[in-house]
Design a binder for this molecule. Sequence first.
Ligand code: ATP
Ligand code: MG
Length: 586
Amino acid sequence: MLASRAISGTLRDDPGDAVVASHRLMIRAGLVRKLGSGLYHLLPMGLRSFRKIEGIIREEMNATGALEFQLPILTPSELWQTSGRWEAMGREMFRLKDRHDQYNVLGPTHEEAFTQLLGGLLHSYRDLPRNVYQIHTKFRDEIRPRFGVIRSREFVMKDAYSFDLDEAGLETTYQSMRRAYRRIFARLGLETIPVEADSGSMGGSGSEEFMVASEIGEETLLLSEGGQYRGNQEKTPVLYSQDAKPKGKATTQLSELELVATPGCRTIEQVVEFMKVPASAIAKTVLYRADETLVGVVLRADRQVNEVKLKNALGAISLEPASEADIVSLGSVPGYIAPLGLGDTRLLWDASLNTAPEFVIGSNQKDHHCRGFVPNPSRESQDLALAVAGDPSPTGDGLLREMKGIEVGHIFKLGYKYTKAFNVSVLGEDGRPVVPIMGCYGIGVNRSMATIIEQWHDEKGIRWPISAAPFELCLVGIARGEDEQARVREVYEGLLAAGCEVLWDDRDARPGVKFNDAELIGFPLRLTLGKGYFEKGEAELSLRQSGEQRKLTGDVASVVRGVLLAREELHRELRQAADSLEEALS
Ligand code: ATP
Ligand code: MG
């Protein structure tokens, strides 16, 4: 392609609303432009890269035997009613009414549609296992779209759905997807860490997220010292090293307790300071509005509520902190809530309360706390707290440490939720119907693209792995006059004929401008033909990722050979990374 015929869209200045490198660079390099909140246009350069990523995902999915489909993005609301997710998906799901007053959904994911479709296509046990997928647009009305295409409202996902005869079959399919995912990301130059994850509104028994370690990651991963445990913080169970029996009789009323004046002590820190007790000896009551009902969580004041665990425990769709007015409506006072005297408000007791014999609690009165609260030992306690770095590893191999990560993919064992809801069954070997067991597997294509840039950039711009670059090579000629320009064209045509993806920057611009753009867009290879080439046949090849410079000498054919060699080296490196990872996994 000729740069003089392109629409480049590169910008000199950073866009004002971009806070992370990938967002800034995608805009500046002319890969995307913003249309609105969480909405991005893909420009030609960005689309080329996007297609490369899509291509690698497709190749690896096809290699596992998965079959590609394409389903409508718009799905009738009945599908979602059938699965129960019309309610469960909450406000993230775009719903729209058509002219016949029928509701439709802009698919945020496609379990329902695929299950219903496959129900009509799978007939006998011989038709299983099958794994089907598409690479298609998804819509999610994210509360906070941000970081450019990392969290947008319209994006493309590779979503796959597997159907197996039994759990053992699902396990095999799941493991093959796990391997395919690691290969896909390795080929894209991304190192991923699979971590245990919450299954969210998908339902099902187990799931793993593929994380790329990154400072800007929105996910917190907890990894054990011994290397056995890797989990999302949302999912990680909290273990306590100490265990204490309650001291004496369980408290049933606030009036049994010693009331202590704690003027102005609304926060835990203030109570710790004023009463000279550690936060681990205080029990706090945190109130939430879960699907409109008020509920309270009682936990040690040095711990935070894990809202994902809480949502799962309640089976709630929406969860928000209760308002000050809610607290007052229960006869309490913000900052001084007690886990007693709240009427018939449902309270959930966190397992952290089993670690001390008694606690300081609120009093439901301003400026006062109560001392000596003894939790009822027969109460049901559950794990509702957020695990943090320094906690014991759930697998017993030392302590946990923390890392930030970007989730690029997610694999789930779904179980029977959707096949049962849609009455899918096949004829078993013994002539009786069998309900297939499902898995589902997602990769965000745009998010993967941004994550590659997040991992591979420097102060000058993007440093694409060759597998995902918009062009493999940028040709820059510093030619004076027609003859020299003709010699650059000769090399360009030689490269094209050899199957190299080359962008010839033939614009009438200063070399500095061309070099800067090439570095900003981040082509893995840049071939420069300047004075050295025209006078002595010496071309210069720059490798963007390693910073290596190579002299290529000789006629057009040997310069082209030098480029192809470097190109092959770069491709080979990525393929080998994928192969060796696969070996390590099997
Ligand atoms: P998150 O926790 O980041 O919202 P999720 O758990 O909702 O992600 P899944 O439902 O598992 O995501 O979707 C599969 C993949 O789709 C994710 O791993 C991610 O790569 C991509 N994805 C999800 N939401 C978005 C979004 N708003 N913008 C871009 N990509 C997304
Ligand atoms: Mg999400």
